[in-house]
Design a protein around this ligand. Structure first.
Ligand SMILES: Nc1ncnc2c1ncn2[C@@H]1O[C@H](COP(=O)(O)OP(=O)(O)OP(=O)(O)O)[C@@H](O)[C@H]1O
Ligand SMILES: [Mg+2]
Length: 407
């Protein structure tokens, strides 16, 4: 095997990136000191958790806000730094991070948490991870009793839990007399209707402290981008207009820092494709088109199952009729889909809420048409995102597999 001359460009090519990782998904600042424009939030959040400094268990915290506003980053940095600060004061803290999309059903979720608890007890003799939910819950309580320090469980994207009642059970272990101490639960979500849909008790449990993380404005995004660009690019790698333009697009998209960073990275890649060593305005504009598609895919992937079912119903029906749809029409298509994939159904009114939610994030459009004074206003709905993309993304979700076979 030889390396062809055609690949020689790989070696000789000059690049405008010093380290592209700084603009990639999942890269976070390494300390709170590097976080910009969140001092006030950091103060409030830290204050919610201050009890760990004296070895006590803090109240639960519910963190919410739109995409890319720093919820995950802030939670990870604040919990790890406060755990370190508490340890220096002589009080250890155990922090367990759970990405709920990976452990959405109660059984795998509990097994994962128990495994993490087991790993934190070095000389535990009887390491057992049960199979049934009730056995795992019992074991969870036994482990909590064995761990002599406050435990913080972070449920990131908590809206992905298939049964949020598990939160209820985990947070009532002391009240029910199963353990000597409570645990602290931090729930994070960008799903605005998730909280409203919870039953009253779960709401009051996870909402002991509510923390809203607001979107960034264009100036704030520009500062965040500038700090990353200094690390990610070689000197003089972009025209002056590039950062303000990426920031302005990010601000238009609900103040999303992740989107602004994607845009900057893709703009750099576009400049490289042109074999240029300087990113220009046109590179950003081309990148914006690409980001839009990636973003839509990501947004659809992250939707809760019920919302996906409603979106699929609307897209499928629209594909058949070719016209805008009334909510009742979408509802009957939704009922068929729910039956095929064995999904519990929600009411027509709730489906109406999901449609409004999908319209507010720019995936569906709602056209209100008046039918005269007596018959009121009727909503006509249609997808505005590419319907092929919507269907393909939803069908990749294993919960929707059965539809693939039936359609
Ligand atoms: N103030 C900031 N300073 C530096 N980087 C930031 C700041 N805010 C957000 N970021 C970066 O923006 C990106 C998105 O942040 P993060 O993943 O925490 O968002 P999120 O609110 O959890 O979004 P989602 O709801 O989509 O999960 C990350 O790379 C994060 O490090
Ligand atoms: Mg997040």
């Amino acid at each position: 095997m030889v390396i062809s001359n055609k690949l020689s460009k790989l070696y000789s090519k000059q690049t405008i990136f010093r380290d592209k990782d700084y603009l990639k998904k999942g890269h976070h600042p390494s300390s709170l000191d590097e976080v910009l424009h969140r001092d006030h939030i950091i103060d409030i959040y830290t204050n919610c958790l201050r009890d760990v400094m004296t070895g006590s268990v803090p109240d639960n915290v519910f963190v919410y806000g739109t995409y890319g506003t720093g919820k995950t980053m802030l939670t990870r940095l604040i919990t790890s730094e406060i755990a370190l600060a508490a340890e220096i004061e002589g009080h250890k803290v155990l922090v367990i991070y759970i990405f709920c999309e990976s452990y959405s059903a109660p059984s795998p979720l509990l097994r994962y948490i128990n495994q993490e608890l087991v790993n934190s007890i070095p000389d535990l003799k009887n390491k057992m991870v049960g199979t049934s939910i009730s056995r795992n819950l019992e074991y969870f309580c036994e482990l909590v009793n064995l761990i002599p320090m406050p435990i913080i469980l972070i449920f990131d994207e908590i809206d992905k839990l298939s049964n949020p009642d598990i939160i209820n059970q985990l947070s009532r272990i002391k009240e029910c007399g199963f353990t000597q101490s409570n645990i602290c639960i931090i729930g994070i979500t960008n799903d605005t209707i998730f909280y409203d849909n919870l039953d009253g008790r779960t709401k009051s449990i996870i909402g002991q402290n509510e923390l809203f993380i607001p979107p960034y404005n264009a100036e704030e995004l520009a500062d965040i981008l500038q700090a990353r660009a200094n690390l990610a690019f070689e000197d003089k790698a972009y025209e002056e207009v590039v950062i303000p333009l990426c920031a302005a697009f990010g601000a238009q998209e609900n103040g999303d820092a992740r989107k602004a960073m994607d845009l900057l990275r893709l703009s750099g890649e576009n400049a490289e494709l042109r074999e240029s060593l300087k990113i220009c305005e046109q590179d950003v504009r081309i990148a914006k088109g690409k980001v839009e598609i990636n973003r839509q895919v990501e947004i659809i992937q992250k939707l809760p199952t019920q919302t996906k079912a409603v979106l699929f119903a609307c897209t499928h029906r629209h594909g058949i009729t070719g016209s805008d749809l009334e909510t009742t029409e979408i509802y009957s298509s939704y009922l068929n889909i729910a039956e095929v994939i064995s999904l519990d159904t929600v009411t027509l009114r709730r489906v109406g809420d999901y449609i409004s939610e999908l319209a507010s994030i720019g995936i569906l459009s709602i056209n209100k048409i008046s039918r005269g004074r007596k018959r009121g206003v009727v909503n006509f709905v249609k997808p505005i995102t590419d319907t092929y993309i919507i269907k393909q993304v939803i069908l990749q979700d294993i919960r929707f597999e059965e539809l693939q076979r039936r359609l």
